[in-house]
Design a protein around this ligand. Sequence first.
Ligand code: A3P
Length: 309
Amino acid sequence: MVDAETIENSGMSIDVDKIRNFEVRSDDIFVLTYPKSGTTWMKEVVPLVMNGGDIDAINKVPPDVRAPYIEFVISPNQPGMSGVTTYFGLPEGFDLNTQPSPRIIVSHLRPEFLPTQIEEKVALKVIYVARNPKDVAVSTFHFVQKELPLINKKLYDSFSDFLPDFMNASNGTQTVIHDGSTWPKHVLTWWNKRLEPNVFFVTFEEMKRDLAGSVSKLAKFLEKELDDDVVKKIADHCSFESMKKNPAARKNDYCVNVLKVDPAEASPFVRKGKVGGWKAVFSMADNEKFDQGYTEWLKGSDFHAEFEI
Ligand code: A3P
């Protein structure tokens, strides 16, 4: 159960009870991620797997409508977010409860804030995408620097200045990444559940190494039979190069109207898309500190992040 102190400490202003009590269906598909771990990417892949690779069909519906974030739909008035869900393409009064099945529902929320029924519904599927935390930290830094002005907070002077806050999920990161959870808590919870039959745990790095292979495994998990040419078509459409050119995937409206950045150049949703990009950003001292923290985080776990491929 979530106690008041946990919510208080999270710095969250979302309506936890409403989300906890959300009526889940047995055929729902939940896409869960720690922020900046490949959510946008998986949001493009899953609808295509589900519809047999019909790109025209998915292009008719904005990504945040075909795969909405439960935390924004149920609780849209978060700091800096008031009204901005319209730029996600969500119509006024959009109601997740009346969306047709199978719904694809996305969330960054930590497990204890998710709908309780996720644990209870038998056929419900959870797709979890994890990414190595050094690249997550860099990606989060770029994102946070764009989002902080929206909540009237000061920008970080440097990545080194930001990194301790990322590791503790504190200060700016706490509100901007929505519920203040730390990377290991989020990832390890789902890593520990990865062998449950309704959980599909995949990493950003695996997808980067072999997207078609990941699409194929995901299709099996979602009980969809896809021919090899359809798998290839999905992988081509969801490649970084293709998504970088895709205005909907980049969230053009949100970039232009809310973040005030050029989406082609600076969308934080489809930015560099690399594994190992952290090496150009971390100083030696950052890396040392991070490695110490990382060793602590993973003590007793058999999870190993891939920091390069
Ligand atoms: P970078 O900031 O490192 O470039 P999220 O969607 O969870 O916010 O994650 C965003 C990260 O996923 C960004 O990482 C973005 O570039 C990357 N990304 C989005 N689409 C991608 C794709 N098709 N291939 C590889 N990376 C992708």
